[in-house]
Design a protein around this ligand. Sequence first.
Ligand SMILES: Cc1ncc(COP(=O)(O)O)c(C=O)c1O
Length: 448
Amino acid sequence: MNALTEKVSLSKEVDMENFWMPFTANKQFKAAPRILKSAKGMYFTTIDDKKVLDASSGLWCVNAGHGREEIIEAVHKQMMELDYAPPFQMAHPVAFEAAKAIAAVMPAGLDRIFFANSGSEAVDTALKIALAYHRARGDGQRTRLIGRERGYSGVGFGGISVGGILANRKAYSGALIPGVDHISHTHNLAEMAFSKGQPAWGAHLADDLERLCALHDPSTIAAVIVEPVAGSTGVLVPPQGYLQRLREICTKHGILLIFDEVITGFGRLGKATASELLGVTPDIITMAKAMNNAAIPMSGVAASRHVHDAIVNAGPGTAIEFFHGYTYSAHPAAAAACLATQEIYRKEKLFDRSFSLAPKFEKEIHALRGEPFVKDIRNLGLMGAVELESRDGAPGARAYDVFLKCLEKGVLARFTGDIMAFSPPLIVSEGQIEEIFSTVRKALHETA
Ligand SMILES: Cc1ncc(COP(=O)(O)O)c(C=O)c1O
C-alpha cells in the first residue's frame, strides 16, 4: 500500500496538494472538499458515507447508471485478452465491432466512425475532417470555421476557437485559431422564458449565418459547428425550425454542418441523437460522454459517407488519406465498454425510457416557476436548466449556494454561472425526478 492509499483508507483524509483540479475553484474546493468514493445505480457515496442522488449523470455521461457490471466485466475480459493494440496501420476486432454498433444508432448515412478519447478531441477531429474534405475536393480555399456564441465544444484550441464562452477563451485569446467566426446564440428571455421544450420563437436566428456568408463569402467557409441543444452554457434549447434553417443555409452554400452531440447523444433527449429527435441531419456528428457510459475515456466522430469517401478515395491506395489519430483511438478497453454500453441501451430500451420520462421531468422542473430567484426554466428530453437571478456584483454565487445546499440534502446537480443544470441517468425513476426538484425547491427557499 502506498502512502496515499494508506492515508485515505485509514483516516479518510485525502492529501489534496498535488492534484491540480480541472474547471474547479481549487483553493475554495480544497478548503472544503467534496469527495466521492463509490457509486452504484443512481447514487454516489461520499467519503463520509453519505448517499447522493446523481441528478447530472456524473458530467452528463453516465446514462446507464453507475457501476454497470456488464460493462465492468466486458472491460476486464478485454484487458485480460488484449490490453492494447496500436491503432495506426494495425487494428483489433473490437474496434470494428464498436464502430458498427455506433453506426447502427447514428442517422442514416453517418456511418463512418473515427475514434478519439474526449469530446475535445472529437471536435478537433471533426474540424480537421471538414478542412480535409474541402481540400480533397479541390475546394481548399474553404478554411473558415463558424461556431456559435455561448457554444461549448471542449477545450482544445479548435474547440475554444469555435466555442463562445468568454471565460474559456480569454486567457488564450492571442492563440485562438485564425479564420473563425460566430453566429449569435439563441438565448432571449424576453421572447422565450419558461418555454417547455423547443421555444416557438427564434427560427430566424439561424439567418445570422447568412450575415457571415455575406461578410466572408460562403466559398471561404468550411463548416459550421453547433450543439443541437447548447449544454454547458446552461441548456439553450433550439427554437422550432432553427436547426432546419441552419441545415438549409449550409446546403445552399456547400458548407458542412457539424452537430456537436457530446451531450445530446445516446438517449439524453429520448433518441439516439438530437439529430434523430429533431429531424435534422448534419454531415458530421461528434460524440463522447455516454458513448461507453463514461467507463473509460472514449469519443468519436460519425462522418457521412460523402465526407468520408471524398477524403479516403482522393489518394492512391497505398497512402494514408487522413493524417490524424490518437495513440488511444479505439483503445480495446474503451471499445469493449462501448459495445457493452450500446447493448445495455438496446436491451433495456433506455432511449425509449428517456423519451417517456421526459414529460414527467418537464412537469417537475417547470413546477419550480415562481420559486425564489427563478427567472427561467428550460428543458428538452432529460436535460433541463433553472436560471436564477444573480446576486449584485457576485455572478454565480447564488447557484453555487443552491448547488451546495442540494448536495447537503443528498442531490448532486451542476451549476454554470447562475444556471442550475439537470441531466439524470436514463434509469432515473419518477420518484427520483420528484426528489431532485423538491430538493432544489427546498434549497432555493434556504438561499439568500
Ligand atoms: C458539447 C460538448 N462538446 C465537447 C465537450 C468536451 O468534452 P471533453 O470534456 O470530453 O473534452 C463537451 C464537454 O462537456 C461538450 O459538452
